[in-house]
Design a protein around this ligand. Structure first.
Ligand SMILES: Cc1ncc(C[n+]2csc(CCOP(=O)(O)OP(=O)(O)O)c2C)c(N)n1
Length: 580
């Protein structure tokens, strides 16, 4: 039986058909639908699932499952592996008992990410196998295979995907869900599990030996021609289309296992005088293929990034142009379709808008370091209250530094999920090292940006259980920080509390708590309208930038109004009222 599945659902299905019993994750595009799929059926299937506080914890929990002999999977976006990398490196050395699959969902072209990063480097850094599907069917099959390989060599296996593979949909052959009757057990073994230098030195050599023996048979070769093409990941699909468009003949080596390279690659090199490596992002395979050719004493000419762009994702046009360049024929210039630009913007009624308004009122000339979440959209005019955004949790750490080096007033903004993810250690640093600035936690009681996943502050687990909430104010107060909790829809009080915090000259925390408008729903509030009292001062539109407001001769509120009432509170002529 076949089912139309998204790549991410296919990975989840593959894990189920491989008998997975532990799945953990921290959300992040383009990976989020894998754990979201698992979370819905975890209880029924007897799977332990958790949304973890951050990727490092997610990694450690799943790794523990694998150490106890259970098939385990952890999923994250590419930058998530930066957060998990300490645990990741150790796990590669220690090895696993149950199959352990690490899904790294990379985001070439940064559709929804802070940077572009090729995590195939991580597979090399940790020296673990890396396999890359190109379709939903392969996403399922390779996930299953990854569990097998992991158990065969007792090593974590990376399934590396990219946005187009995660989000593409296609027919997938559905098999049976596997139930493995395994009793988890932890057998003490300090020589393996306690990585003091004397033990870790031994593990290091063992791991090298283990990886030297890895041979995974998933690659295939197709087509014929003098030219040899090596393509991996989604680039393989573009190569096929480009060859058709250009009527070009070539033998294609479709690389599924991108670390370690199969011995078959050498035979392929021996058959060709010229090879073009087509891979998205970094010249990793290209460099390794060149090294292989040198080691084997082959005179084959290897091309890659001379023709194939290194930045951003590839597509059929870019790969076709790469081959045009290679053949010395003019590249085709495609004009972008005349689609109107629609930059992302905070939703109408988003409580973050009101919080930013109050921050700017409290310190109009302040510096506003920020973080990653919906609130990063506070960078867009007219809000302009986001001066930095580097990495998750970075707002507080950067404020610790800036507050020491510049004399401006500093108010940083960070979301509730992000605060719990990596904000806490930086806040402790601020207390310890006596840094003075204001931390505004924009607590919309969810992880909105990535699809409203629960987190420790929401009081609901990934399996749907109701548990005690972790309150950011209790954490901050326990650190000895004066902390206020405000409702950003109450503009007057929020501005007053922010001003007090800024002018205190102390380290302060202000928690702006108001449920995300998409979670709360808009039905409960009456929309507003503008009366004849409007003086046309444009304060509302110029300060808030709410998509529910426009201005012609006077302010106009459209049907997008959610009834938050923030604009009514700042109107100097009281010309905004609830719609009669
Ligand atoms: C290291 C890392 N992990 C995950 C993500 C994906 N991501 C972006 S913002 C965000 C959290 C947003 O939640 P919150 O801080 O509560 O802000 P909100 O969007 O709800 O305003 C996540 C998980 C990321 N960008 N980087």
């Amino acid at each position: 039986m076949k089912e139309l599945l998204m790549g991410n659902q296919a990975i989840a299905r593959g894990a189920l058909e491989a008998g997975v019993t532990v799945v953990t994750a921290y959300p992040g595009t383009p990976s989020s639908e894998i754990p979201m799929t698992i979370s819905k059926i975890a209880k029924k299937q007897g799977i332990y699932f958790e949304w973890s506080t951050n990727e490092k914890v997610a990694y450690e929990v799943a790794f523990a499952g694998a150490l106890a002999g259970l098939r385990s999977m952890v999923t994250m976006k590419h930058v998530g592996l930066n957060v998990a990398s300490d645990a990741f490196m150790a796990s590669a050395e220690v090895g696993v008992d149950g199959g352990f699959v690490v899904v790294s969902a990379d985001d070439p072209s940064l559709h929804s990410s802070q940077n572009e990063q090729d995590n195939r480097y991580y597979a090399r850094l940790a020296n673990i196998p890396c396999i890359e599907p190109v379709s939903p069917q392969e996403a399922k099959d390779f996930t299953m295979k990854a569990f097998e390989i992991s158990e065969k060599y007792s090593i974590p296996v990376m399934v590396r995907t990219t946005t187009r593979v995660n989000h593409a949909r296609g027919d997938v052959e559905i098999g049976d869900i596997l139930t493995l009757e395994r009793t988890p057990k932890f057998e003490k073994n300090p020589r393996r599990f306690v990585t003091v230098p004397a033990n870790a030195r031994v593990l290091r050599v063992k791991q090298l030996e283990k990886m030297a023996s890895v041979e995974i048979d998933l690659d295939f070769i197709e087509g014929s021609g003098d030219l040899g093409i090596i393509a991996s990941g989604i680039a393989y699909n573009y190569v096929k289309e480009a060859l058709l468009l250009l009527n070009l003949k070539a033998e294609i080596y479709k690389l599924a296992v991108t670390h370690p390279l199969s011995k078959k690659v050498v035979d392929f090199l021996k058959r060709h005088d010229t090879i073009v490596v087509v891979e998205e992002l970094e010249p990793i395979i290209e460099t390794e293929v060149r090294a292989l050719a040198q080691r084997e004493g082959l005179s084959v000419k290897v091309y890659g990034k001379e023709f194939v762009p290194r930045a951003y994702e590839l597509d059929t046009t870019r790969v076709t142009n790469a081959f045009r360049k290679y053949k010395g024929i003019p590249e085709e210039v495609f004009k972008d379709l005349p689609i109107p630009v629609r930059p992302p913007i905070l939703c109408p009624g988003c409580p973050h808008r009101a919080t930013f308004y109050a921050m700017k009122k409290a310190a109009p000339k302040g510096i506003y370091p920020s973080d990653i979440g919906c609130y990063t959209l506070g960078v867009v005019p007219p809000i302009n209250a986001v001066d930095t955004c580097f990495c998750m949790g970075g707002s507080i750490g950067v404020s610790c530094g800036l507050s020491e080096f510049v004399s401006d007033k500093i108010l940083c903004s960070i979301g509730d999920s992000t605060f719990l993810h990596t904000g806490i250690p930086a806040l402790i640093d601020a207390v310890y090292n006596q840094h003075r600035f204001v931390v505004v936690i924009l607590d919309n009681e969810t992880t909105a940006m990535t699809g409203h996943q629960p987190h420790p502050g929401t009081g609901v687990t990934g399996m749907g259980e109701i548990v005690p909430k972790v309150y950011p104010e209790k954490l901050a107060e326990a650190m000895g920080i004066h902390t206020d909790v405000v409702d950003p829809y109450d503009v007057k009080t929020t501005v007053k509390v922010m001003k007090e915090a800024v002018n205190s000259g102390e380290l302060r925390v202000v928690i702006a708590r108001r449920t995300c408008i998409l979670v709360e729903g808009t039905q409960r509030r009456s929309p507003y309208h503008v009366t004849d009292e409007c003086a046309g001062c444009q304060l509302c539109t110029s300060q808030l930038g709410c998509p529910a407001m426009t201005f012609t001769e006077k302010a106009v509120i459209n049907e997008l109004c959610t009834g938050c009432g923030v604009c009514a509170q700042i109107c100097p002529t009281h010309a905004i009222e609830v719609h009669p």
